[in-house]
Write a protein that binds this ligand. Structure first.
Ligand code: MLT
Ligand code: ZN
Length: 490
C-alpha cells in the first residue's frame, strides 16, 4: 500500500476547462448537451443534473490530472460508472458547476491470477464482463445483481454493492482485496494488492468502499475470485408466510451443506407486475402464493449434486406444510427463466409507475415480523397505499416499496405523501435496530433521512473524515455526507 506524489498544490489554471479539453482530446472531453444528456438523469428518471463537461479519461494518469486541475480551481467532480444508482449517487447537482467524470473508457481487465484467485479490473469494467473473464479461467466472481449488464466495478465498489449472493459471499467490501484510486488532491493511492492480510493501519480500501465517490475516484480494484460452481440447482417456491421462508432457509442450510447462496423473496403482487410488464415471462407454479422464493444452491464438481439435496429438502418442507409448492429448474434455460422473474422486479415496478422506495435491513430473524408490522402501520396511516416488499430475505435486506392506492395519480400521491411514508418506514426500521440503506447507499435521495436518523457520532465522524481527505469538498458534493449538523439527540 503506497500513496505517492504529488500532494503539491497546483496553481489554479486560468482556463481549467480548456486545459482539460486539450489534455483529454475529443474522445475524452465533451460539453455537447445531447451527448451529456443521458448521463445527467438518474436511473429512476427522477433527478436531473447539469455539468460543465463530460470527461472520459482512459488512464489513471488522466484521472489524476483531471483531479489536480479541478482541485486547484475548486471545481466539483462527480464520478460516474454505469449510472445505475438507485439513490441518484452519480448525477451532478442542477447548478451545473460540476465536471461529470465517466470511468466508462477504463474498462480493461488488467490481470487475472488463478493461482491467487484474484482479478484486477478497471473501474469502468462492466460486472458481466468480470463474470465472463472469471468463468473463462474456471473461477467465479460471486457478486451479482439485476444491473450486471451495465453496472461497473468502480460504482459497485463505491456503493459497496450487495445483490443476490450476499448470503454466502458478503457485499463488495468482502470481495475487494485492493484498490487503486485518485484522492482529492490528485495523488494516486496505489493499493492494488492481492494480499489476504494487511494490517498497516487504517484501511483506505475499506474507507473508499461505500464512500460513493466522496473521498476520491476509484480507478481499479483487485477482486477475490472463488472456484467456479460446476453445478447449480435453482428452485422457485410458493408459500404463504415469510416466517416460514426463514425457517426453510435454516433447514436448507443444513440439508444442502450450506450450499445455498441465493434466497430471494418476491410477493404475489410483485410476480404479477413482472408477468404483466416483462415479455416472455410465465408463472412457474400453478397456484398463486402470497410469497415466492428464488433459491439457488451451487456445488463444485467434487461435491454431491445440490439439486438432489435441495429437491429432498423442499419435498419435506411441502410435506411438513412449511411451503405450498416448489419447482426445480430442469435445464439452464429454465434456471435463467426463474432468475429473470426475480431480476425483473425493479424494472417491472418502474414500468408500472413510481413508488416510495426503501432499501432496509434488519436482523434476518426479525425480517418477517418487520415486514408484517411495517405493512400494517403503513396501511393504517396511508389509506389504500400498496406495500411491495421484495429482495434479499436471506441476508435481512428487503426493498420495502410503497405504491399509491390503486387508481390514484401515482406521481401526485408520491409528491404529497411520499416524504411522510418514507419517514414512517425509516422510523420503524430504526426502531427495529436496522438500517435505512442496506445496499443502495445514501446518494442524494436518502440524504435528508440520513441527516435525521444517522446519529450524532456517526455523522460527526463521517464529516471529519470527509473534511480531512477532501478539505475543499470537491468530490461528489451533495452526496452521502449531510451538510447540516445532525440534530442533537433529545
Ligand atoms: C434489486 O434487488 O432488485 C435491486 O436492488 C434493485 C431495487 O431495489 O429495485
Ligand atoms: Zn437489491
Amino acid at each position: 500500500m503506497l500513496v505517492y506524489a504529488p500532494a503539491m498544490t497546483m496553481p489554479a489554471d486560468k482556463n481549467p476547462i480548456a486545459s482539460l479539453a486539450e489534455r483529454l482530446g475529443p474522445r475524452g472531453f465533451t460539453d455537447d448537451p445531447d451527448t451529456m444528456a443521458p448521463w445527467l438523469i438518474d436511473w429512476r428518471g427522477r433527478i436531473n443534473g447539469r455539468a460543465r463537461a463530460l470527461l472520459s479519461p482512459a488512464t489513471v494518469d488522466e484521472v489524476a490530472d483531471i483531479v489536480r486541475v479541478a482541485a486547484a480551481a475548486r471545481i466539483p467532480i462527480v464520478p460516474q460508472g454505469g449510472n445505475t444508482s438507485m439513490v441518484a449517487g452519480a448525477v451532478p447537482s442542477p447548478d451545473g458547476d460540476a465536471l461529470l467524470l465517466s470511468l466508462r473508457r477504463m474498462r480493461a481487465i488488467r490481470s487475472l491470477s488463478p493461482a491467487d484467485n484474484v482479478l484486477v479490473a478497471e473501474a469502468g469494467c462492466i460486472l458481466s464482463d468480470v463474470h465472463d473473464a472469471a468463468e473463462a479461467a474456471a473461477r467465479r466472481f460471486p457478486l451479482s445483481l439485476a444491473a450486471k449488464g451495465s453496472a461497473t466495478i468502480g460504482g459497485l465498489v463505491s456503493t459497496n454493492a450487495g445483490g443476490t449472493q450476499v448470503l454466502r459471499f458478503g457485499t463488495m467490501r468482502s470481495l475487494v482485496l485492493g484498490l487503486e484510486a485518485v484522492l482529492p488532491d490528485g495523488s494516486v493511492f496505489d493499493g492494488l494488492t492481492a494480499l489476504r492480510k494487511d494490517n498497516r493501519g487504517y484501511d483506505l480500501r475499506q474507507l473508499l468502499c461505500g464512500a460513493e465517490g466522496t473521498l476520491g475516484v476509484v480507478t481499479a480494484a483487485s477482486l477475490r475470485l472463488v472456484p467456479a460452481a460446476a453445478r447449480r440447482a435453482v428452485a422457485w417456491v410458493g408459500l404463504d408466510s415469510a416466517q416460514n421462508a426463514l425457517d426453510l432457509l435454516r433447514k436448507l442450510e443444513s440439508a444442502t451443506a450450506e450450499s445455498v447462496e441465493t434466497f430471494e423473496i418476491v410477493p404475489a403482487d410483485g410476480l404479477d407486475l413482472v408477468l404483466r410488464h416483462i415479455p416472455g415471462t410465465r408463472a412457474p407454479l400453478s397456484g398463486r402464493y402470497r410469497w415466492n422464493l428464488l433459491v439457488e444452491a451451487t456445488a463444485p464438481a467434487s461435491a454431491a449434486d445440490p439439486g438432489e439435496s435441495l429437491g429432498e429438502a423442499l419435498a419435506e418442507a411441502i410435506e411438513a406444510g412449511l411451503i405450498g409448492d416448489a419447482t426445480i429448474a430442469a435445464s439452464e434455460t429454465q434456471a435463467e427463466d426463474l432468475w429473470r422473474l426475480r431480476e425483473s422486479m425493479s424494472e417491472a415496478e418502474r414500468i408500472d409507475g413510481v413508488a416510495a422506495k426503501h432499501d432496509v435491513s434488519v436482523a434476518v430473524s426479525h425480517m418477517a415480523d418487520f415486514m408484517a408490522s411495517a405493512r400494517t402501520e403503513v396501511e393504517r396511516r396511508f389509506a389504500g397505499a400498496r406495500v411491495l416488499a421484495f429482495g434479499h430475505l436471506g441476508d435481512g435486506n428487503v426493498h420495502f416499496n410503497v405504491r399509491a392506492p390503486a387508481g390514484a395519480d401515482d406521481r401526485a400521491w408520491l409528491a404529497s405523501e411520499g416524504a411522510a411514508v418514507t419517514e414512517l418506514v425509516h422510523d420503524l426500521v430504526t426502531a427495529a435496530g436496522g438500517s435505512i440503506s442496506a445496499e443502495h447507499g445514501i446518494g442524494q435521495t436518502k440524504l435528508a433521512e440520513f441527516a435525521r436518523l444517522g446519529g450524532t457520532a456517526r455523522l460527526a465522524a463521517l464529516r471529519a473524515i470527509k473534511s480531512a481527505l477532501d478539505p475543499h469538498g470537491i468530490m461528489n458534493p451533495g452526496k452521502l455526507i449531510p451538510l447540516a449538523p445532525a440534530r442533537a439527540a433529545p
